[in-house]
Design a protein around this ligand. Sequence first.
Ligand SMILES: [Fe+2]
Length: 476
Amino acid sequence: MKRRDFLGYTGMAAMGAAASTALSGCSEDAPVVKFWQEGNFRPVTEEVTETSLKVEGSIPPELSGLYVRNGTNASSGVAEHFFGGDGMMHGVRLEAGEAKWYRNRYVDTPVYRQEAGGMGSPKPENTTSAVSLIYHGGELMSLGEFGYPYLINAEDLSTKGSFNYEGKLTGNMTAHPRIDPITGELLFFGYNVMEPYLTYMRADTNGNMLQVEPIKLTGPSMVHDFAVTENYVVFMEMQVRFSWFSAIAGSGLPFKWDDNAPCRFGVMPRTGTNADIKWFDIPSCFVFHVMNSFEQGDEVVVDAARYDHLWVKNSHDFFHPAHLSRFSMNMKTGKASVDRVYGHPMEFPQVNREYWTRDYRYGYSLAVDEENDGPEKAQQAEGGIRKYDLKSGEVDDWLPGVALEPGEPIFIPAADSSTEDGGYIASYVYDKNTQATAFCLFDATAISSGPIAKVHLPVRVPVGFHGVWVPDSALG
Ligand SMILES: [Fe+2]
């Protein structure tokens, strides 16, 4: 993908063009080794459908539905940034204890078809749609952070087309919306490099837009995720900002760490407006992902993967460990506090989504190898899957050794469970020795025991981002 095209898909082409004359001649250091073209970061070359899948162990017969995960997969073979490839979904269909199929499919966008690009006004349809998936309002949606969502057929992972809430979604949509498990409402936002820098939105359980609210930030920040509680939403304005210099001179994304930018969390009633936001100054940090959030007395609590800093050099710089940290905003005193929850690094936090927005006990994440953190050390890294008991402070780690590389752990509730951790963890686990991937299921009450079922795939599933479990009961 050409750099100019990538800026276009992220809605930044116009600004980049305007600045190019002034900043021509400047350059930033591109990494010598492009980690996203090596090991299990590199893209796969084919779309595959496989219906004869070897299963080791046993898949719980109660599980019928689709696990599907999104990620970048440059159809050209080369992208200018780890985040810059085309969206590709990898799905496994389970039926009553059997793995019926594995499929990988591109999200069929104008970018993938190479029908987009140029320096005109960026269109919201022109997104790579490569970050996550969510099921809401009777639709499986692929989300790319920039641009519109794309609707996906759960039956075969084919793309139906883009979706904009009957024209009410005016631009970008985050890849990290939240569903209120009680009301079924979808709460989300989009951010932009031009004002309004952030727009907050809500849709009802049927996918009808209820509210579109412009939010004032002090400048164009990268806002990957946000937090939702029973009564509030929390916007995170942090120090990775749109950079004119990077837009023109860099080799990656036009965002960079800015020491002079504020770091603050804004707490707003879910039905409120910009005027209702209480901003809390937070010690300098960056957050990609929130684990969960809830209210406790006068406090709004956000548990998240906290980085000390990010992208100080440029947007290829991923060498910073994140730690699970608790941000507490006191709505009465106006004071905020931050506490590290656990001493070892992690990323891709998840919970039982029936507990989204409410007080909870159990979280799940990738366990990150402290000695070999960062994608360029992936070959020697020993990662794993971790479960946190946030009430007792205990953790339960599955650490399979250097050969096995798990991805984001997604919680699947058991059919008859009345307990928060009664269910399963699903993850793609890549084997560096065989260069093949298995879809693995774990008992969520015994993570360190290892997988209870491994569905061996005939192919490699590259390192990717976020997935979802869609049970047949939701599909109707
Ligand atoms: Fe994410």
